[in-house]
Design a protein around this ligand. Sequence first.
Ligand code: FES
Ligand code: FE2
Length: 436
Amino acid sequence: MFAQDVMDQLIRTGPQDPCGRLMRRYWQPVALSEEVDNKAPLPLTILGEDYVVFRNADGVPGLMARLCAHRGADLSYGVCEPEGLRCLYHGWKYDVTGQCVEQPPEPEGRGFADRIRLHAPPVVERAGLLFAYLGEGEPPEFPDYEFLRYGEENTFVTKVFHECNHLQANEGNLDQSHLGFLHVFYPEETHSHQELEKSAPGGSKNAVELINEDKAPEMEVEYTDYGFTEFTTRKAPEGRYLKIQSFLLPNVAVFPGAVQGIGGHQVHWHVPVDDENHWKFVLVFRRDEAVDKARLAKALVGVDELLPGYRMKRTRANHHLQNRPQMASALPTNGLGLGFEIHDAVICESGGAIQDRLQENLGYSDRSVIALRRSMLDAIKRIDAGEPAPGTVHRPEDNGFPEINVIAQVIAEGEDPRRIAAEVADRRRVEEAARG
Ligand code: FES
Ligand SMILES: [Fe+2]
């Protein structure tokens, strides 16, 4: 069991809290590109701090402190103009760097506007997401994760608001034992999960069959500088069904997901709004073919599940609209619709906004949950000792993560998963070198 004060280090994300300090040392996604335009500013709260984000007429995004430096009006009520955001109260205008560029009611020539600049964290737009560095000082290099390199055609992104602490959802990502219980399907529902119908590479059965037939996978974790890699194997007719996936500090998971690791993979990134709410950003990419966005949307967030603003209709207050009559029918279902992300969000919210960790009893199957906590605690110790945040890169020439691999395939009995991982990593290095 983890003591409450230890869990609090991982749960609380204010500027002075250990996890809050850790998260502020990494680039974090803060919005989808598609929701930020030059028509209406978007209010955001990230890590308990209020921001507004907008674009200028050139499409350049600007993220800045939400309240106007004049007399504190909320700038998300403001007016987008070609070269900045104008406060609705008295018309002060800010450019995308947070610099005040106009104060219409003030006498000219005093240089007052020049001295006013709102806190405006650096922003990078990549793979359909806006990222910000919310910490102090010089940011690390923007991480050159493979999954952020592909264009619009090859990448699907969305997000889902979760009314619960970031950690309890993040812990679910590499938790293999929930797959055969929480995510159950009517047979026809698998049609929205294109890759789940195909046989796992190297085998004759598909992932759903393999997961349902062995609900007690063997698990191992290997700590790395960026977090840890998880190796799980299940029984398969031809040997073992191997999955290799990773936790990337401080709040990311990469795993086979909706494309089953075939030519790409899925990513979950859990960004606190505050300690009782967070955004789960979801990304799926394929290297060499376009992603089917309509199919992925159906598979991941279901049909008609979200309200405007990427919030679920299902909440704790309505018992997440779980369909009990459907559950009583002969076909297996969790009564929570089609969407994988919805299932996960519901079950993570079900334990409460901040789950009581003193009531937990962790077992063998929770190895990755324990590894996640240990790697975060270790990372906190390291930044407190003055070291760079683990997994961050500080020189352009070091930027790249070829060792992060996501694999799902059937291997022969007795084959070493680490050898497979090394082989795939070598192949990826060669492919990447060929790609230039
Ligand atoms: S409060 Fe924004 S211009 Fe006065
Ligand atoms: Fe899940």
